[in-house]
Design a protein around this ligand. Structure first.
Ligand SMILES: Cc1cc2nc3c(=O)[nH]c(=O)nc-3n(C[C@H](O)[C@H](O)[C@H](O)COP(=O)(O)OP(=O)(O)OC[C@H]3O[C@@H](n4cnc5c(N)ncnc54)[C@H](O)[C@@H]3O)c2cc1C
Length: 393
């Protein structure tokens, strides 16, 4: 007979690992199943968090996303302490765009959001912008909002590791395998992995990122639009590192969407080198099926998008000559209402997915809501003005 748990979570990603921590802290018997191995070796299900930096910040024009972020950020240090793993770097986040009242109202909205959230983040205009951020070269009419405290970046892989360790410390079991089927029996769900293991649980959470599209995991296909993304990494020479000290994360918004981008300061990677990462892939390629997602992850990403990002980088980071550049594939998963799906797809199978390109920073709170769902039998939306309901195709 297969081992039995209160809850099995399919997907040891950002949301799944967070849910596992919250459930096991609540005293439940939990198994967290996912991510068979490292990128280079496995041919299976990939995560949308394979690099070392994701921007984190509270200010968001959408109050629901802002609250999801704030609640998560408030717990970062607690998770670091519980796991002994550092993942949060409070380097600040600068949002730069045409100045308020310039005809493009992006920063006007950011100012409103800032005030509504009561975040201390000054508006920096004119020459002051160039003086405060000597690394960046912005068009003349630009201004910036700097969220200096409670913002910067998280290392998403370290965060998942931290959540997993904290969950294990509270008794969760981690199974490194790919799930190939979920079978609903009368009183449980049987979860079977590719390597032939099987476990069962009263309730299962599917938190498989873009792979939640898979017909093997959910009884009905959810309305999830998975988009291919390419990100560029620019190697920073050892002699250049000191000059980037103090550089914040950067979101650059332009009237033309294809000129908008985000950028992370130099971050160390497993090869011992530091890379500045830039994203803002202007191509809009939809991956319509699970096999298409696998193929995209195993491929080389888009050279065209990488060229676009290389051009953007040379415009924004003044005088920077990367030692080398390379690019990688990733995916973002969009829901119909623009918030994560947190709900039951059947009596015993729940869904926790749909990062909409911005859930890394907020994954702990999203995981907490998912844990509350399966523990209590319904989404306890509390202070949120949405029910996070799943939409189906
Ligand atoms: C290029 C890029 C940049 C981003 N930048 C930011 C940012 O700056 N700030 C921010 O907040 N967010 C950012 N995001 C978004 C963020 O990374 C995602 O929202 C987040 O990773 C989603 O978490 P998830 O748990 O839903 O999915 P994932 O992190 O992808 O985790 C899903 C997990 O499920 C596993 N899985 C899938 N199928 C199976 C199966 N059959 N069996 C077992 N396991 C399975 C996968 O291996 C994976 O580990 C970015 C995303 C991308 C692609």
């Amino acid at each position: 007979m297969s081992e039995s748990f209160d809850f099995v979570i399919v997907g040891k990603g950002m949301m799944g690992a967070a849910a596992a921590r919250h459930l096991s802290l609540g005293g439940a018997r939990v198994a967290l199943v996912g991510e068979p191995g490292d990128w280079a070796k496995h041919r299976g299900v990939f995560a949308s968090h394979y690099d070392n930096a994701r921007i984190t910040r509270t200010i968001d024009n959408d109050p629901i996303w802002a609250r999801l972020a704030r609640r998560s950020i408030e717990r970062y240090r607690e998770i670091e302490e519980a796991s002994g793993i550092e993942f949060y770097y409070e380097v600040g986040c600068l949002i730069a765009a045409p100045a308020p009242s310039s005809g493009f109202d992006y920063l006007d909205k950011v100012v409103l959001a800032r005030d509504g959230l009561d975040v201390d983040a000054p508006l920096i205009v004119g020459e002051e912008l160039a003086k405060r951020f000597p690394w960046f070269r912005f068009p003349q009419h630009y201004a910036g909002i700097l969220e200096a405290r409670g913002a910067g970046y998280v290392n998403p892989r370290a965060l998942v590791r931290a959540q997993t360790i904290a969950a294990e410390n509270s008794g969760a079991r981690v199974i490194r395998a790919e799930v190939v089927s979920l079978e609903e029996a009368v009183d449980c769900v049987i979860v079977t992995t590719k390597d032939g293991q099987s476990v069962q649980a009263g309730r299962v959470i599917v938190a498989a990122g873009g792979f939640s599209l898979s017909t093997a995991l959910l009884p009905r296909p959810i309305d999830l639009t998975v988009k291919a993304r390419t990100v560029l990494f620019a190697e920073v020479g050892a002699e250049d590192l000191a000059r980037f000290a103090g550089m914040p994360s950067l979101i650059g918004a332009a009237f033309e969407q294809e000129k908008s981008y985000y950028l992370l300061p130099p971050v160390a990677y497993a090869d011992g080198k530091h890379y500045i990462k830039i994203g803002g892939d202007p191509t809009d390629r939809i991956l319509a099926s699970e096999p298409a997602i696998r193929e995209w992850f195993r491929g080389n990403a888009s050279g065209e998008a990488a060229d676009h990002l290389r051009g953007g980088l040379s415009e924004v980071v003044a005088g920077f000559k990367p030692v080398s550049t390379h690019f990688s594939p990733c995916v973002t998963s969009f829901t119909r209402h623009g918030y994560p799906y947190i709900g039951f797809a059947s009596d015993r199978i729940a869904v926790l997915t749909g990062g909409n390109g911005q859930a890394a920073k907020s994954s702990d709170e999203i995981g907490r809501l998912g844990a509350a769902l399966v523990m209590g039998g319904r989404v306890d939306v509390g202070e949120y003005e949405t029910d996070f309901a799943i939409a189906y195709r």
